[in-house]
Ligand binder design. Structure first.
Ligand code: LLP
Length: 421
């Protein structure tokens, strides 16, 4: 991730984002700060768009990966739709100037209120996950005199071979409708007066590094499309979900063009080339575009281990603590001198508060580090644990830097609280 031409690269030993040295960003905005590259986000989206060029297709960016308004706005300008999972995410799409008619609503626990808002916003479709949800959508649509467009999110029972917390298409997961229950659910949906069946959907997991599980899921989905058509239930779109991995360390995930090319070949071979194709990528659009910039506060030589205690913590970036995720930690300025092996940890009072383990680094107190590949599921999963204000976020565009979320103040953390009389 530090090659020239990529979002983050080295010039004369210094780490830069596009045309700006990270050290200058730390000076101006402080640390911890998330730094995003506009060119990287737009380039990643363009790779999906190019692979689908000439097709009826829509990329619905899975905004849970990074829902900063500036990120959403750039993607909306590029023509992206959005995969949302809450009313809060819908509100963000609207605030960012996104087109709600390009929104698909995923998730197992939509509330009546969220469904009503989404109907009023005329979203493209609800991805249904249960009979109870279908009945709820029918009820809410009837009450507002509307018809809801729906897809069924099928659980294709395919092993994506990824971390158990982020695989979603196995029978044991809470997600989707069991394969054998799908046709009965479609039949029921097709009979309801306020429901319009428009598509089919799946999402088998995240951090998928191979094409094969996608093709397996695609074939199972296409079997259902055929079966539905035999019953006179025609669909206008097929949504293959998201989940493509990025390179955190030495992973070699397929490029969007390779994945999409392979899936489209199956779709065409099976005679469904006329249908609109949807994808819901999150991580692969924003992950490589972001770094978490942090400063070493304390160098601590422990009994068995050495620690770099930095000013970012698990509340800023929870992926290592939650998934045992390996994130690339780079010194912002290369320093001469011997390296030592360190655990990079935050100040939070939990042993799980670590960002990287056993990394050979030459670092001193006051040095800046950049945690790369942090554009996805970084800030969007951040919390205020230990009463830590969340980090600032900045977007680099060439040689300019824009603050796209200022750092929270401590006072803001308890501004909504009150004491008893
Ligand atoms: N569509 C649906 C319905 C999803 O649930 C997800 C992610 C996506 C699309 C986008 O998947 P992606 O392209 O980003 O892999 N916090 C975890 C990842 C959780 C993914 C949840 N669903 C992490 O940091 O690794």
């Amino acid at each position: 991730m530090t090659q020239p031409g990529e979002a983050f690269h080295r010039r004369d030993g210094q780490l830069w984002c596009e045309g700006v040295p990270l050290a200058a960003i730390a000076d101006r905005f402080g640390t911890p700060t998330y730094v995003y590259s506009r060119a990287s986000i737009e380039g990643a989206f363009a790779a999906y768009a190019a692979a689908l060029h000439g097709r009826a297709a829509l990329v619905c960016y899975a905004m849970k990966a990074n829902s900063n308004l500036a990120v959403l706005n750039l993607l909306a300008r590029a023509g992206s739709g959005f995969d949302i999972v809450s009313g809060g995410e819908l509100a963000r799409v609207i605030a960012a100037g996104g087109d709600t008619r390009k929104v698909v609503f995923s998730g197992v626990g939509k509330t009546e209120r969220e469904i009503a808002r989404a109907l009023a916003a005329e979203i493209l479709c609800f991805n249904l996950e249960s009979v109870a949800e279908l009945e709820m959508v029918e009820r809410v649509a009837a009450a507002s005199g509307r018809r809801a467009r729906v897809s069924v999110r099928v659980n294709p029972d395919v092993d994506p071979k990824t971390h158990p917390y982020i695989s979603t298409g196995l029978r044991s997961n809470k997600f989707g409708v069991a394969y054998e229950d799908t046709l009965p659910l479609y039949r029921q949906a097709a009979r309801l007066p306020h429901i319009e069946v428009v598509g089919i959907d799946c999402h088998i997991g995240s951090r998928i590094a191979e094409v094969a599980p996608y093709l397996e899921a695609a074939d199972r989905l296409l079997d259902l499309v055929d079966a539905l058509e035999r019953e006179g239930i025609g669909l206008s779109h097929i949504d293959f979900g998201g989940g493509l991995d990025i390179r955190y360390r030495d992973e070699t995930p397929p490029a969007p063009a390779e994945l999409i090319g392979a899936i489209l070949a199956h779709v065409d071979a099976r005679g469904h080339g006329g249908k609109t194709i949807l994808f819901e990528p999150g991580r692969s659009v924003v992950g490589p575009a972001g770094a978490l910039l942090t400063r070493v506060n304390i160098v601590k030589e422990g009994a068995e281990k050495n620690f770099l205690v930095v000013d970012a913590a698990m509340n800023d970036l929870i992926r290592p603590a939650l998934y045992d995720a390996w994130m690339d930690v780079q010194p912002v300025a290369l320093r001469d001198g011997p390296t030592r092996v360190y655990d990079v940890v935050g100040p939070v009072c939990e042993s799980g508060d670590w960002l990287a383990r056993e990394r050979p680094l030459a670092a001193q107190a006051g040095d800046l580090l950049a945690i790369l590949g942090a554009g996805a599921y970084g800030m969007s999963m951040a919390s205020n644990y230990n009463s830590r204000p969340r980090a600032a976020e900045v977007m680099v565009d060439g040689d300019r830097v824009y603050e796209v979320r200022r750092r929270e103040t401590v006072e803001e953390l308890y501004a909504l609280e009150s004491t008893l009389p």
